[in-house]
Design a protein around this ligand. Structure first.
Ligand code: C2O
Ligand code: CU
Ligand code: CU
Length: 497
């Protein structure tokens, strides 16, 4: 569709346009002036039927990110439909109250289609949450954070030509909030707000903080409310992650302004030097650099808009899976996210291959397991290790690649790891092999509590996740949610039998 992102020129985008056939107005909220998909609001236990009609000139399918649904309802790439075709979803909402979302999932084109505008929110409420006096209606605000680049014609520009851009993932030149270049929210003094943040960016992570120095108060994560609010000096938000935060403007005077900013971190690992210029073609070097501060969103505090919402001391009686529940507690299933031999992003050395499932990817219904995910290179930084093309050919060549560790280390990147169909608990986050400076700058921004479906795995990081496979057998995905990595094949199936 044609969208007015800019006042003077229309921009071509894709959009999810929704209408309600049965249900009520309350189930569908369009974000005014936004090309992004609508906000669908449902209650736990609701039966949802969606008729999805594909009107873009490419194959696509809708994935309900974070929802506990059957294979047929999960938007597996195997179910893509062509232009003009229709797909029916029918499921019961089994998830806890929380901020979920939906986006396309065709293999190789997810990044591009999300980038063009296909993404929307799926907000679930439940009885437990209703008992709390949390902000509602106009005080409950979606905040979808994305980075985008526009060309001189004000058209969305996706990747540059270089292989480099693809390897790194798309990084944009400016921040859009809810699909708008005007990143200001007009809120009322004295109001108490619930901001539902979604990092809907293709590959960029954010280190978020309030510029007036106050802590960020977190209410919930991917899979719903935490047990209790958590105050954090800053927050790391990787692609696909959601976090609900509490914002109390009762200390703010009218006409004041506060900002949510990105704080500098050194994540532009593959951005510089030799790699950038020579070997793999130029990358789009105008993107917002990770290592500078920039504004995410500005809040203009307007006339008083007092509401009686309260920040509860306790939010939910969430049950947490324990290591002792796992059938493999002494022997976690291990998945390593790393660069493979031919400049590919791989999981345990494999890339996506249709509905292929390896033995190590088959799990049993009604069991609880620990998955250990590693961000580690296939290439050792040990100069005696000759494995792989880059490892053998290039490492140890300190001068050329600019580091002793050679290509293996150079090509480490964060991987935002996501598992479909379930919400896990984090048992452990091991940062022993994470660069000290990077860890020091990020460690207070991670949330290990609550149910989550996506985590931001820094280079060298290892995490133990605990999850239960229930209700549905079938084929589901786990993958890197850096959408360019995903499209390059850093995605695999797991099968529940
Ligand atoms: Cu949000 Cu498989 O994706
Ligand atoms: Cu998903
Ligand atoms: Cu990745």
């Amino acid at each position: 569709s044609q969208t007015n992102i800019f006042p003077d020129k229309s921009t071509n985008t894709y959009s999810y346009k929704a209408s309600i056939i049965k249900g009520s107005e309350d189930n569908l909220q369009n974000i005014e002036g936004s090309y992004l998909g609508p906000v669908l609001r449902v209650k736990k236990g609701d039966k949802v039927r969606v008729r999805y009609e594909n009107q873009i000139p490419a194959e696509s399918i809708v994935h309900w990110h974070g929802l506990h649904v059957s294979h047929e309802n999960d938007g597996h790439p195997a179910h893509v439909i062509g232009e003009g075709d229709t797909y029916y979803y029918e499921f019961e909402v089994m998830n806890r109250a929380g901020t979920y979302w939906f986006h396309p999932h065709p293999h190789r084109h997810t990044g591009e289609q999300v980038y063009q505008g296909l993404a929307g929110l799926f907000i679930v409420s439940d009885k437990e949450e209703e008992k709390l006096n949390l902000p509602q209606g106009e005080y409950d605000i979606p905040v979808v954070i994305q980075d985008r680049t526009f060309d001189d014609n004000k058209q969305l520009q996706y990747l540059g030509d270089g292989q480099m851009d693809r390897m790194q993932g798309f990084l944009g030149e400016q921040i859009l909030i809810n699909g708008k270049i005007d990143n200001t929210l007009e809120l009322g003094a004295n109001g108490k707000y619930r901001l539902r943040l979604l990092n809907g960016s293709n590959s960029r992570a954010y280190k978020l903080a309030w510029d007036h120095g106050e802590a960020i108060t977190v209410l919930g994560v991917d899979g719903g409310l935490l047990k209790a609010p958590k105050r954090m000096p800053y927050l790391m938000l990787g692609p696909a992650q959601r976090v609900d935060i509490w914002l109390d403007l009762s200390q703010q005077v009218e006409n004041s302004r506060i900002k949510l900013v990105h704080l500098p971190i050194s994540l532009d690992m593959m951005g510089g030097g030799m790699m950038n210029g020579g070997m793999m073609g130029n990358s789009n070097s105008n993107h917002l650099p990770y290592d500078t501060q920039f504004d995410i969103m500005e809040i203009n505090v307007g006339a008083s808009a007092e509401n009686d919402a309260q920040l509860p001391g306790e939010l939910s009686s969430l049950n947490t899976l324990a290591a002792t529940d796992a059938i493999n507690k002494n022997n976690p299933r291990t998945f390593t996210f790393a660069m493979g031999g031919m400049m590919e992003w791989t999981i345990n050395g494999h890339t996506y291959n249709g509905t292929e499932v390896a033995e190590e990817e088959t799990v049993k219904l009604d069991t609880t397991e620990i998955w250990r995910i590693n961000n580690g290179s296939q290439f050792s930084s040990d100069p005696d290790d000759d494995s792989g093309m880059m490892g053998g050919g290039m490492h140890g060549n300190g001068g050329m690649m600019g580091g002793q560790g050679g290509m293996g280390n150079m090509m480490q990147m964060p991987h935002p790891v996501h598992i479909h169909q379930l919400q896990f608990n984090i048992l452990n986050r091991n940062a022993d092999k994470v660069d000290d400076k990077l860890w020091e700058a990020t460690k207070d921004g991670f949330i290990n509590e609550g149910r989550q479906d996506s985590v931001y795995l820094l280079p060298g990081m290892q995490m133990d996740l605990i999850m239960r496979f229930e209700d549905f057998k079938g084929l589901f995905l786990y993958h890197c949610h850096n959408l360019e990595h995903e499209d390059m094949g850093m995605m695999r199936n797991f099968k529940i039998v």
